[in-house]
Design a protein around this ligand. Structure first.
Ligand code: SER
Length: 321
């Protein structure tokens, strides 16, 4: 695919920030516009263009798309599950109206390709919890999940009806060392590392035995870009690929961290996010992604933990954490 100009919405967020850096390395700094909204771009994003983009306002997207002649969008701006339960109307506004606006602008400007993430939050209590199949029951209990199911369907509708080549992955919890996640249920799997390095203790907001599917950021970026670069003819699915790298309980994660920081102590005080976590799968069958575009993760729990701790310890020693 010949990529001219890419817009990343939500570029200041957990995934958007590292995705923008990676895309700039691949395609050149000036080819990638970092779209931000509430938070201004951080230092890691200052080596290329950045623009204010309010996805709930179509004209705000259009202005940037026309100024930079954008032909590809990675639409990462979204309200996550925990914030969405506190403010369902905000989640609907940003996740649904925002996506609708992006798809409309993509259709009108005949864009080459759009990426829109989905999530394990599309699943619900009636979905099989182990090796959750690609095609299964989608009856989420969170507003975030509702917007992700509707979003997958809207994306597929735009593909079939208007030929907009929009693709997406059902991300599991994403663990990363550069930018903190912004209000999801899987945030404990990131916070635990920061607290282990800084204070050697963490109070976890889900129970010790809670198992969720997870992925380390380098795999998340790899999956996202590989799907976007896959030939259209090889894809049978488009916006709803199951994808995973590892599954572990909160207690297993704490034990893995203890192998590196022996005096680390983790306590468990579940809050409202426990119910959300329990409504999601424990393990995922991602064979469609493996078959259709060759998905294969690089990081398991021990490799991810070792790399996270190495990166965060270094930043802590430099006084940057
Ligand atoms: N990490 C997200 C959340 O917890 C799931 O997609 O909301």
């Amino acid at each position: 695919m010949e990529t001219k100009k890419i817009l990343v919405t939500g570029a200041v967020g957990q995934i958007g920030s590292e995705l923008t850096v990676d895309l700039r390395k691949r395609y050149g700094n000036d080819s990638i516009v970092a779209g931000y909204h509430k938070k201004k771009p951080t230092a890691m994003l200052l080596n290329g263009p950045s623009e204010l983009v309010d996805v709930t306002k179509k004209e705000s997207i259009e202005r940037v798309v026309e100024t930079y002649d954008i032909d590809t969008v990675y639409h990462m701006a979204a309200v996550l599950s925990a914030v969405g339960e506190k403010n369902p109307s905000l989640a609907w506004g940003v996740n649904m109206n925002g996506l609708y606006n992006i798809l409309e602008v993509a259709r009108e400007h005949k864009m080459t390709r759009v990426f829109c993430p989905s999530s394990i939050a599309v699943f619900g209590p009636e979905t099989p919890k182990e090796k959750t199949p690609q095609e299964t029951v989608l009856r989420p209990r969170t507003m975030y999940g509702v917007t992700k199911v509707a979003g997958e369907m809207l994306c597929d509708y735009y593909f079939r009806k208007f030929g907009v080549d929009v693709r997406g992955l059902r991300y599991p919890g994403i663990i990363s060392s550069e930018t903190l996640p912004g209000g999801g249920t899987t945030d404990y799997a990131v916070e635990i590392f920061y607290e282990a390095v800084k204070n050697k203790k963490y109070t976890c907001f889900v129970k010790k035995g809670t198992v969720l599917p997870m992925m380390y950021m380098p795999d998340c970026i790899k999956a996202t870009i590989e799907l976007m670069n896959a030939p259209l003819s090889s894809l049978r699915h488009h916006s709803d690929f199951n994808i995973t790298a590892m599954s572990f309980s909160a207690g297993e994660l704490a034990e893995e961290i203890k192998k590196h920081i022996p005096d680390f102590v983790c306590e468990y005080r579940p809050d409202f996010r426990q119910d959300i976590a329990e409504s999601w799968p424990r393990t995922i069958d991602d064979s469609a992604a493996r078959k259709e575009w060759g998905w294969k993760p690089d990081y398991d729990l021990p490799a991810m933990t070792a790399d996270m701790l190495e990166k965060l310890k270094k930043r802590y020693e430099e006084g940057k954490l």
